[in-house]
Write a protein that binds this ligand. Structure first.
Ligand code: TXA
Ligand code: MG
Length: 358
């Protein structure tokens, strides 16, 4: 059923100061959540598509709006550490230690779920994913809704996660009643997911909270790349089973030694091809490409190589921008490395369907 999608801009400073208009908008949004409706809202990672996570019918609406397979579980968002207890069977010490250190923040923990959490929220799993976002708009929305808000990224299934409200609108227009616009998100990649139901704890999705940061609290931590997950298992690690972020164009990550030189060669090899070529470049190398190519080649700057956070923040937006162009092949520089780069490469390689030029 087509709905009119309203976008309300929220100023965090006004909200923090209790300005009436901002509070009113959040109350209105919370009212929709309590009525079982969907509301998109900003978090520090990406925009989320929220529903009452304790209402089975409300979470089902998320799957419909996203066109997401119903066995792909959702993340529950809470606002106080105490809110964790009713949602899980038990809170292990590791969970408390991680919560104290990293919440609110971009860390999602997988724990054994309680009876309160419907299976439609967890995709039929007996475990549940929970996080406490570090964003005032998200926090006020959850508090006012007086429930745990189930929220996947607010994109249509398979598309890049939205980092701005306009991208949510692109995907969700006519499908949800309300988008809260809090401007561009700070991080730009989804939260780190850690599974605490196995020993040692396992990182299912890398993010801004790195494996090193986690092991400072937990000791040993394994990442999903290191562990063996059978194909028949339910999708524990996002993207293992489902196609993610794939742009319309064919994307290649170039990992050779002299990356810039190799990309210039690759683009020139396509000179006679019918398709337009695009390049994902770092600011440091932009000039070299611009000098080497004619305007026909679409060069987009993702951020500064020396500032990995700028790259994380722009990755999904760049993929969406290319989708809006007529480019048929994209070559991207590689950002291999540790820390946040692990998360950047995880998303970039998924978007590329693991097409790497070595
Ligand atoms: O940063 C984020 O985490 C964003 C914002 C909105 O909070 N949310 C997000 O949700 O990225 P989503 O649905 O796009 O990704 C959640 C992933 C799922 O793909 C799923 O594989 C994993 O979390 N997940 C959820 N519950 C799980 C569970 N019980 N066991 C294993 N993995 C789970
Ligand atoms: Mg997602």
């Amino acid at each position: 059923m087509e709905k009119k999608t309203k976008i309300i801009t929220i100023d965090r400073d006004l909200l923090a100061n209790g300005e009436e208009g901002a509070i009113h908008a959040l109350k209105q949004a919370a009212h929709l959540i309590r009525e079982g409706e969907l509301v998109a809202f900003p978090t520090e990672t990406v925009y989320g598509l929220g529903a009452n996570g304790l209402d089975a019918d409300a979470s089902k609406k998320i799957y419909a709006a996203k066109e997401r397979p119903s066995d792909n579980p959702l993340i529950l968002h809470i606002v106080n550490i105490e809110d964790l207890y009713p949602l899980v069977k038990e809170v292990p010490k590791e969970a408390m230690d991680l919560a104290k250190r990293f919440w609110p923040g971009p860390l999602t923990m997988i724990l054994e779920k309680s009876e309160r959490v419907p299976l439609s929220t967890t995709g039929g799993l007996s475990t549940v994913a929970i996080r406490m976002p570090d964003d005032l708009i998200a926090q006020v929305l959850i508090r006012e809704s007086q429930t745990a808000i189930a929220a996947p990224s607010a994109n249509r299934s398979g598309r890049p996660s939205p980092t701005k409200a306009k991208y949510v609108y692109e995907d969700m227009q006519g499908k949800i009643p309300l988008i809260l616009d809090g401007g561009a998100v700070g991080i730009g990649l989804e939260s780190t997911i850690i599974d605490l139901t196995v020993k040692p704890a396992r990182v299912l999705r890398p993010g801004a909270i790195t494996a090193t940061m986690l092991s400072e609290v937990l000791g040993e931590v394994v990442s999903s790349e290191q562990s063996h997950i059978s194909e028949s298992e339910a999708p524990k690690a996002p993207g293992m089973k489902y196609r993610h972020y794939a742009p319309k164009a064919s994307l290649f990550v170039v990992e050779t030694e002299d990356v810039v030189k190799r990309i210039v060669e690759l683009v020139k090899e396509q000179a006679d091809a019918r398709v337009r070529v695009g390049v994902i470049a770092t600011a440091e190398h932009e000039e070299v490409y611009r000098k080497a190519f004619q305007e026909k080649v679409l060069v987009k700057v993702i951020g500064e190589r020396k500032d990995e956070r700028s790259i994380a923040k722009n990755l999904f937006a760049i993929l969406r921008e290319f989708d809006g162009s007529d480019v048929g092949i994209i070559y991207s520089e590689s950002f291999k490395g540790d820390g946040m780069r692990t998360a950047i490469m995880n998303r970039l390689l998924k978007a590329a369907g693991h097409q790497v030029i070595r």
